[in-house]
Design a protein around this ligand. Structure first.
Ligand code: ADP
Ligand code: MG
Length: 707
């Protein structure tokens, strides 16, 4: 590999020690290669100049260029609030530029009546356009500069980094890096043979790297993106397809031939309702896997409230009837306890023992359950991620169910897998469906089952979006519903980074609630992540048994909680939630026979995406439609957070959700390559091997094995 690519970034013209430290700390850039492998996330057409009156609210987060004359400059405010304000105008209107720091430097460079090119992100308030810390350069300077490309790449940055390295400077650094290696033929050698490139119409890797940073035309940019995505996805496919083959060769899954006493008794005498057709079908699909001799790897997708728990329970009985243990892992304590309660109820009168392990199990209780699990007395073990701990040992684990899989990381699931000599059958249940191609990529050769039907008698939930200014109407509505004997959830966002603040939000909310709904009249329970598990349980129990009319909670209640008498879900600051989370929360109501409602409260000012999410929620109850939209709005990486797609492969430019066409092509190419050289040992495949290993974060885990 090229020595120059490995050179430390601090030796690059324009960087130096301080910037190098910051680049490494903030965005992980340490070498010349690192900086060249960070691609722009968008491009600005630098030949385009906007008029001030063309700017509107929808452009607030985008970079634009203006050509303006300076018509005024002054200091405003004093002390810490002191800022430098420059008034500028073009033929269409006026705008205001603001600097809060670096003021001395900028002050010297801005002259009255001179014309400048201004580059930055506008904000618009009451029709006034302003920009904070824009780049500003005299028109003649900009015009006389030779530019590498009229598309300027914008690189992701951080608060700290952007203070030391501007958009333009980042661009210059990347250019310097490119110049450094431009004549080094050992840099970015092409891993794809020429005949393959020609056959597929791909440009070379070097052309791609150059054009991704400095597109020579829109078409060149498209080709560059295609080529770079192709390489990443080929690397992914080379990994997956090789694993898949080895897995198929290994084969071997437990066989559960018997449908025995537990299953039959439950089915005949205990089933509290008739199964839906979809539930029946899925149970049959699982049963077929369990007698196939192959280890089951199945993803069960079913919308919120579609009755996945019953499917889990009945399929666990199949394992139990064949002398095996089963376990179910839930993402939260509340949900694990709820599963435990329902499973104990279901198992009453059957010869099936159910146990529970969570982080807050008492020592004595825990010891008893651990012993009974190790000896095989516990047939079904319910738990949180505490199930993963090494001290949880099974006598004979044959079947693992993972509920709401997107909450678990790949590695955690890998751990469950190792709880037995021979891998157990695995069922992963999710209410957030993912497209099949994405699923295939993440899990290799998994099977997919779908519950596409809700239990009968459910009325669709009505969803409304209220701005904060309509709060009184919302309260009025809650009063009506409570008067009818119904119960209400009020949920506040809880985002990890700012738990303190959210906690405060919840408390303020609670106080204003108590003012508007004077206690004795309404009974309010509170439940949030900071509470002790016992207190959480107590609050939930209070609500469940209708000793409280209102449950004020953070999103800890997001998944699984089941209180059929609750008919209203109020979601505060709904714009701060993702679509799948909103849909999950909404799924807490509409579980009984009564008409249910979801009220999305939001601030008056919404981003484009925020608005799109709330509109989508009001428009449909269909989780599949919503998750498709979510994919479009956010891309696959985000949908599963860093917990899933991000865990398995670290991708730079390709998107597992949307680049399905490229994925198809690369899958075929990967199979073709592996057919003659399965382990990529041949010298001519050396660069392909590097490509394969590049995006794989961990060598040791076989991802197709674990779900
Ligand atoms: P989810 O798929 O979201 O996990 P649950 O398993 O919690 O859904 O089921 C939601 C509710 O529907 C529960 O109260 C459950 O008892 C009930 N339920 C499940 N299946 C049926 C059915 N076939 N008929 C009627 N009610 C059902
Ligand atoms: Mg569930």
């Amino acid at each position: 590999m090229s020595e120059l690519l490995r050179r430390e970034i601090k030796y690059l013209t324009g960087v130096g020690e301080a910037r190098a430290r910051l680049l490494e700390r903030e965005v992980g850039v340490r070498t010349i290669e690192d900086i060249l492998m960070r691609f722009p996330y968008r491009y600005i057409d630098r030949s385009r100049i906007f008029r001030i009156n063309e700017l509107d609210e929808t452009m607030e987060s985008t970079y634009v260029q203006l050509r303006c004359r300076v018509v005024g400059r002054s200091y405003v405010g004093d002390g810490a609030k002191k800022r430098f304000v420059v008034e500028v105008s073009d033929a269409s209107g006026q705008a205001e530029l603001l600097w809060f720091h670096g003021v001395k430097w900028i002050e010297k460079r801005v002259e009255l009546n001179r014309e400048y090119i201004i580059f930055g992100r506008p904000s618009i308030f009451k029709g006034r356009v302003s920009m904070v810390h824009p780049e500003i350069e005299p028109v003649e300077v900009v015009l006389s500069r030779k530019v590498e490309s009229s598309f300027q790449g914008i690189y992701s940055t951080t608060e700290k980094l952007s203070q030391m390295i501007s958009v333009k400077m980042m661009h210059t650094l990347v250019y310097n890096a490119w110049q450094l290696i431009a004549s080094d033929t050992t840099a970015f050698q092409d891993p794809l043979p020429e005949d393959m490139r020609r056959r597929l119409g791909l440009i070379t890797l070097r052309e791609a790297i150059y054009n991704i940073h400095f597109p020579q035309s829109a078409e060149r940019l498209r080709q560059a993106q295609y080529r770079l995505k192709f390489d990443e996805l080929l690397g992914v496919q080379l990994t997956i397809q090789a694993r898949r083959t080895s897995r198929q060769q290994r084969g071997g899954g437990f066989v559960f031939p018997r449908v025995g006493v537990a299953f039959n008794t439950f089915y005949r005498d205990k089933l509290p309702f008739a199964l839906t057709k979809a539930q029946q079908r899925v149970i049959k699909e699982i049963r077929a896997d369990m007698i196939s001799g192959k280890q089951m790897n199945r993803l069960l997708q079913g919308d919120v409230g579609s009755g996945k728990t019953m499917v889990a329970f009945m399929s666990m009985l199949l394992a139990v009837d064949n002398g095996f243990q089963a376990c179910i892992m839930a993402p939260t304590e509340i949900l694990a306890r709820q599963h435990y309660a329902s499973m104990c109820r279901f198992a009453e009168g059957l010869d099936v023992r159910v146990g529970i392990i969570t982080g807050s199990s008492k020592a004595k209780e825990r010891r008893a359950v651990l012993e009974a699990t190790a000896s095989g007395e516990v047939n079904i073990l319910v738990g949180t991620h505490a199930l993963l701990e090494d001290r949880v040992q099974f006598a004979n684990l044959g079947y693992v169910v993972i509920d709401e899989q997107h909450r678990f990381g790949v590695e955690q699931r890998a751990k469950l897998w190792t709880k037995n000599q021979q891998p157990p059958h695995i069922l992963v249940m999710t209410a957030t469906p993912i497209p099949r191609t994405l699923a295939m990529t993440l899990y290799g050769d998994l099977e997919v089952s779908v519950i596409d039907e809700l239990p009968p008698g459910r009325q669709p939930i009505r969803t409304y979006h209220y701005f904060d200014s309509m709060r009184l109407r919302m309260f009025g509505f809650l009063r009506q519903e409570i008067a009818k004997g119904r119960q209400v959830y009020v949920v506040y966002p809880l985002i990890k980074e700012s738990e303190k603040m959210d906690y405060k939000d919840l408390h303020d909310g609670f106080e204003s609630m108590s003012r508007d709904f004077p206690l004795p009249q309404y009974r309010i329970a509170v439940c949030h992540g900071k509470m002790k598990p016992e207190d959480k349980d107590a609050a939930m129990a209070q609500f469940k048994s209708h000793q409280a009319d209102i449950l004020i909670a953070t999103s800890v209640i997001e998944v699984g909680v089941d209180v059929p008498n609750a008919t209203v879900m109020v979601i505060e600051s709904a714009e701060r939630f993702g679509l799948s989370q909103l849909h999950q929360l909404r799924g807490r109501v509409g579980r009984g026979g009564e008409q249910s409602y979801c009220i999305l409260m939001s601030g008056d000012k919404l981003s484009k995406d925020g608005r799109a999410r709330l509109e989508a929620m009001c428009a449909t109850n269909d989780g599949f439609q919503l998750s498709e939209l979510d994919l479009k709005l956010r891309g696959a990486g985000d949908i599963h957070g860093t917990q899933q797609s991000g865990d398995a492969f670290s991708l730079n430019i390709a998107n597992l959700a949307t680049d399905t066409q490229i994925m198809e092509v690369t899958r075929e190419e990967a199979l073709r390559i592996l057919a003659t050289d399965a382990t990529l040992q041949r010298p001519e495949n050396m660069l392909l091997r590097a490509l394969r290993d590049k995006h794989r974060k961990r060598e040791t885990i076989d991802f197709s094995d674990i779900s």
